[in-house]
Every structure is written in C-alpha cells, then in structure tokens.
Design a protein around this ligand. Structure first.
Ligand code: ATP
Ligand code: MG
Length: 264
C-alpha cells in the first residue's frame, strides 16, 4: 500500500478571470493530519471542491487511494472514501441529529430498492443496525444525549458536530473538514482539537482547512499554504511559522497578528 493516500498534480480552476487554484500539487500521507491554510480567498475551499468532485478540474489530476479520481462525480469519490464537510454548514435542519447521521450510513447502504420497497425482514435488521451505528458516531462527537433533538434546535457548534458525525458515518478513509472551528466558542474549539486527533487515531487521514492558527499548529503534522491560488509553502508547523513568504502572505503580520486577523 502506498505511503500517500492522496496526490493532486497541477490542479487548476478559474472562475471568469479569477484563477482560484493555479497549478497546485499536494501529497497527503496516510494517517496524518494535513492542514491547508491561507488568507481569505486563497483557494482553499475551491481546492476541496476539486478534490471532492464538487467542481470539475480545468487541468491536473488527482489520485486517491490507488484510484484515479480525475473527472469522477462526487458520489463516486465519496464511495471510494473521500468525504468532506462544508464551510457553510450543510445539515438537514428539520431531521433529528440521529437521522442526519443515519443519512451518512445510507450513503454506503447495501439494501437495494426492491428489498426496501417490499419491507423484507433484512431491511428492518439493517435499519436497526444503522441506528445503533449512528448512535456510536454521535457518541464519538459527544452528542449521544442529543440524538433525538431536531438538528436546527441545537446550538451552532453542536450542529457542526452533527455534520462531522454524518461524515464519519460514511466511513471515510480521508476526511476533509472545511473550517470546522468557524463560529465555535473557545471551549468548543478545544474539544474539536481533541476530536480531530481521535478521528486521526482511529485510522482516518484528515485534511483540515482552518483559520484558527492555534488549532492548526497544535495538531497538524504538515501544513500547506495557499496564496492567490498558488501553494507558497509546504512543511511542518515549525517550518511554516518561520517561512518569510507565509508571514508576508498574512499581510506582513507576525503570527499573533495573523491570529488576530484570522479571528477578525
Ligand atoms: N463558484 C465560484 N464562482 C466564482 N468565483 C468563485 C467561486 N468559488 C470561488 N470563487 C473565487 O475563487 C477564489 C478562491 O475562493 P475560495 O472560496 O476557494 O477561497 P478560500 O481560501 O476558501 O477563502 P475563505 O478563507 O474566505 O473561505 C476567490 O477569489 C473566490 O471569489
Ligand atoms: Mg473557504
């Protein structure tokens, strides 16, 4: 098995005149937490959209877990094990927390349409199994006691956790989190830190886009920096924090300044 789980080569995407992602190479190793950072508009979410098949590449190629996923539709990419969450939270507000997570399980469900329509006993058994499994994922994110709450009634930080639990239910090999700490309180961010490490320790590789530098520098094994669609640095947190180009990209601020900027 290859050491890397994802390799993106010279990936590119422009919108009108804006080169959102301009020839980026990324190599993500199995089992690591890899962070992608950069100022607003740098191309981080667009990179996620390209890797997950949400947007088509203009140019370049992506290999995931031994497969070429270049040009594949997003549901095929998700079935291969590359699963993402969204910067602008996407959950089903009127469903319960548990039902949201069950949707994640169903994405990889085996019960066919015919069996489901005939209400065969195997369907009921599968449903019970999915319910129990979904509860385990809610437990993992600390929400088992809110399983029956309507998702929209939960505080924002907990809704983000529901989205992460749903992504886990799809059994990813690589989980991509787009700004999971956005809108969270400081204690919530601290427990997110622990959750992301537990996800990694369970054998899932994590690609993290995040502005919270405390979070990124505390947990990522490696960090890549985007600026105007280009990768300007790639290295350990210590290397990134000492990199002149990176500091320049964050408006010439020092890291405390960059942190204030990120929280602004
Ligand atoms: N669907 C789109 N249509 C047109 N322009 C887009 C689209 N998506 C992104 N862009 C542009 O591409 C550039 C990169 O945007 P992107 O959302 O990838 O940045 P980002 O690094 O995720 O920023 P942020 O930190 O604010 O989330 C920006 O100039 C943005 O305006
Ligand atoms: Mg973004």
């Amino acid at each position: 098995m290859s050491d890397s789980i994802l390799e993106a080569r010279s990936i590119e995407k422009s919108f009108g005149g804006v080169m959102a992602v301009a020839g980026v190479d990324l190599t993500i190793r199995r089992g690591e937490i890899f962070a992608l950072i950069g100022p607003n508009g740098a191309g981080k979410t667009t990179t996620f959209n390209l890797l997950s098949g949400t947007h088509a590449l203009d140019r370049g190629a992506v290999n995931f877990d031994g497969h070429s996923i270049t040009g594949l539709p997003s549901h095929r990419i998700a079935q291969l094990g590359l699963v993402r969450t969204f910067q602008n939270l996407q959950i089903f507000g009127s469903m319960s927390a548990l039902e949201n997570v069950m949707v994640g399980c169903h994405l990889r469900g085996r019960t066919g349409f015919v069996a489901a329509s005939l209400r065969l006993p195997s369907v009921a058994a599968e449903e019970r199994r999915i319910r129990a499994e979904s509860l385990d994922y809610l437990e993992m994110v600390g929400l088992a006691n809110r399983a029956d709450d309507v998702a929209a009634s939960l505080p924002f930080g907990k809704q983000r956790l529901v989205e992460i639990a749903r992504a886990l239910a799809a059994q990813p090999k690589l989980l991509m989190l787009d700004e999971p700490a956005a809108g969270l309180t400081r204690p919530e961010t601290e427990s997110l830190d622990d959750l992301i490490c537990r996800i990694r320790d369970s054998g899932i590789t994590v690609l993290l886009v995040e502005h919270d530098m405390n979070l990124v520098m505390g947990i990522a094994e490696r960090v890549a920096v985007l600026h105007y669609g280009q990768k300007i640095a790639d290295g350990t947190p210590a290397e990134i924090q000492a990199d002149e180009r990176v500091i320049g990209a964050y408006l010439g601020l020092d890291w405390d300044g960059a942190r204030d900027y990120a929280f602004a």
